[in-house]
Design a protein around this ligand. Structure first.
Ligand code: ZN
Length: 401
């Protein structure tokens, strides 16, 4: 409901729906004839334009080419053109005019159009005006051909703009290009914020907001460990064992639900409050893997690190980041990930960077200027500063959602 408030501008989404036509010999012959006429019109008009270019004359415009087309369609020598829809031939001239313009333009990298050859170039033609066609689910009405069914009944979404019929191999396809207006969201807020993800606090924002970790989840996990120990004492396969097993799987679901609910609440609130969010680009997966040790040094630091890593994963930082990215995008906001360089050792007040700046995990105190505050808050301010600087010069890009 609230979404409508933000939708002030809109953007046009273009999408093509391509279906394979269910043809028979008669339909294929007629499709081939229309494609042949399109090729004929293209080549004849191109020959005229190239000749004018050669003699230094001005190119004919689309309207003049269309006038010529009318003459050709009435000329007994090329009367076969009149058996095919005029709109597809006019569209061919429109395409040719554009191709010539692009080919002659110095700013365009496109080559000059060339003559189309049967067998080498794609057999295709276009209907510029979708009003000439009738579209129903599973079939399309093509002028001078009639109803043609197509495979796949995936519905067309949007307003048809151009319809292209083309042959690839032995099959004919219809491609319906549609246009659909969708709202371009404008974020209701203009604030920018940096966030520091942590163990003691789930996230600390540079604005001073703090999100505490989910305690209920911790309790549930303790309960899970207890139930798992109980399971180990039961005889495998027994009725008691099966009952215990079911209890554990219900607990797993409760834990997942609790975590999911928590992350959605935090990401929704953050996404609505701030237009731009900068988070440290923590390599969560790498941190988790490192506790396993390397092959040369198996299990190094496993005990010291596994508790920390587990907590990191439990807090669902990665999932939080993912949810925040799409929720911001949906509201017209942006998420940036900032390389975590010195964010915990730099003073957010004077910029002095030193390991001694952090006497303990919780407190930051600058040895240069004496500035003192919560270490997570200081880090969040650094993330904001670094993020603004890096995004301004294009060194970091918004996270695509
Ligand atoms: Zn300082």
């Amino acid at each position: 409901m609230f979404v409508q408030w933000y939708y002030m501008f809109s953007m046009v989404i273009r999408k093509a729906f391509k279906y394979r036509l269910k043809t028979n010999q008669a339909i294929e012959q007629q499709l081939g004839r229309i494609a042949g006429c399109a090729r004929f019109v293209w080549n004849r008009a191109l020959a005229i334009e190239l000749e004018r270019l050669g003699t230094g004359e001005k190119l004919l415009g689309y309207a003049e080419l269309c006038a010529l087309l009318t003459v050709w369609r009435h000329d007994p020598a090329t009367a076969f053109l009149a058996e095919c829809p005029v709109h597809t031939q006019q569209q061919t001239l429109r395409d040719l005019s554009r191709a010539l313009r692009d080919g002659l333009s110095k700013s365009s990298a496109k080559r000059m159009p060339r003559f189309k050859k049967k067998g080498r170039d794609l057999d295709s033609f276009r209907y510029p005006d979708p009003k000439q066609l009738k579209l129903e689910s599973g079939r399309v009405f093509l002028p001078k051909i009639g109803w043609v069914r197509y495979r796949d009944s995936r519905p067309v979404v949007g307003t048809p703009a151009v319809v292209t019929v083309s042959r690839r191999g032995e099959h004919w396809y219809v491609s319906i290009q549609t246009e659909r207006e969708i709202a371009e969201p404008i974020h209701p807020s203009t604030t920018e914020v940096g966030g520091d993800l942590g163990i003691a606090r789930f996230v600390t924002f540079s604005s001073g907001e703090v999100v505490e970790p989910l305690d209920s989840f911790r309790k549930l996990e303790d309960k899970l460990a207890l139930e798992q120990r109980r399971l180990a004492r039961k005889q495998k396969g027994s009725a008691n064992w099966k009952e215990q097993k079911a209890r554990i799987s219900r607990l797993h679901i409760r834990i997942a639900d609790a975590r999911n609910d928590f992350l959605h609440k935090v990401s929704t609130r953050t996404g609505k409050t701030h237009a731009t969010v900068y988070l440290e680009d923590l390599k969560v997966a790498n941190m988790s893997a490192s506790a396993k040790g390397t092959t040369e040094d198996p299990g190094r630091n496993v005990k010291a690190k596994s508790g920390l890593n587990k907590a990191i994963l439990d807090r669902g930082w990665y999932e939080f980041r993912r949810q925040l990215a799409y929720k911001l995008r949906w509201l017209g906001g942006t998420l940036f990930l900032v390389p975590p360089r010195d964010t915990s050792r730099r003073c957010s007040a004077c910029g002095h960077t030193a390991a001694e700046n952090r006497p303990c995990q919780a407190v930051f105190r600058c040895v240069q200027c004496g500035h003192s505050e919560n270490a997570d808050l200081n880090a969040a301010k650094n993330v904001l500063g670094a993020g603004q600087a890096l995004s301004a010069c294009g060194a970091i890009k918004p996270v695509a959602a």
